[in-house]
Design a protein around this ligand. Structure first.
Ligand SMILES: [Zn+2]
Length: 215
């Protein structure tokens, strides 16, 4: 399934004559990188009134999917937020339908947003983490550290980078990750998300490491 667009009758907030417009209901960021750009620029599903030229968002539910980063976002209109519980139930049902329809295996939970702006903020945050990942990749090479890829949906949930440095030897994976993170932060103490990750790993009661990404 690629991205999907539908024809709707749009009503300008100024009360002008309704007009037909095309809006996205399913956005595949992996197939349509240009839609990610539109989303980040606040232009996705932004309409311009045919009569008064006012710009406004067409408020409806959009599913934004990117299997590469295990993102399945249900973006409800912002004003649905008052009934978050009801919509979370609806999301769960739709997710089950998606799962049953098969095609692609989805082994990560859907995430709920209210308004495309909320999703934009989240993706911006992930871009910031990604900047740290690029620095860490670079430093890991000179520090002769290996890289450990975390399951992306888990990295998102825990707000940690999806690529972690790990010492090439020194016991179990947890010890190797702890050593890798300590070496990395010794080189660059400003990698905030790696610092958080080290803290999480040190204080994890079950001594578990984040699950690895699929090969
Ligand atoms: Zn208008």
């Amino acid at each position: 399934v690629s991205s999907l667009k539908g024809v709707v009758e749009a009503q300008c907030p100024n009360g002008c004559k309704p007009f037909e417009a095309q809006v996205w209901s399913l956005v595949r960021l992996d197939h349509n990188p240009e839609l990610r750009e539109q989303l980040m620029a606040g232009e996705l599903n932004l309409l311009s009134c045919r009569t008064c030229r006012r710009h406004f968002y067409f408020d409806h539910t959009v599913v934004v999917h990117d299997p590469r980063i295990e993102l399945l976002a249900f973006v409800f209109p912002a004003y649905y937020k008052d009934e978050a519980k009801k919509w979370s139930e609806k999301m769960r049902q739709d997710y089950e339908i998606l799962e049953r329809r098969g095609g692609e295996a989805i082994d990560y939970p859907p995430v709920m947003f209210f308004g495309l702006e909320e999703l934009r903020v989240q993706l911006e945050k992930e871009d910031d983490v990604q900047d740290e990942v690029e620095i860490a990749r670079h430093l890991s090479k000179s520090l002769k550290l290996e890289l450990y890829a975390v399951k992306p949906s888990v990295a998102r949930e825990r707000e940690i980078p999806s690529v972690l440095p790990c010492a090439s030897n020194g016991g179990d994976m947890r010890s190797r990750l702890l050593a890798g993170l300590e070496q990395l932060l010794h080189e660059n103490a400003y990698l905030r998300h790696y610092k958080d990750c080290l803290g999480q790993l040190q204080s994890a009661k079950d001594k578990a490491v984040p699950p690895p990404a699929k090969e």
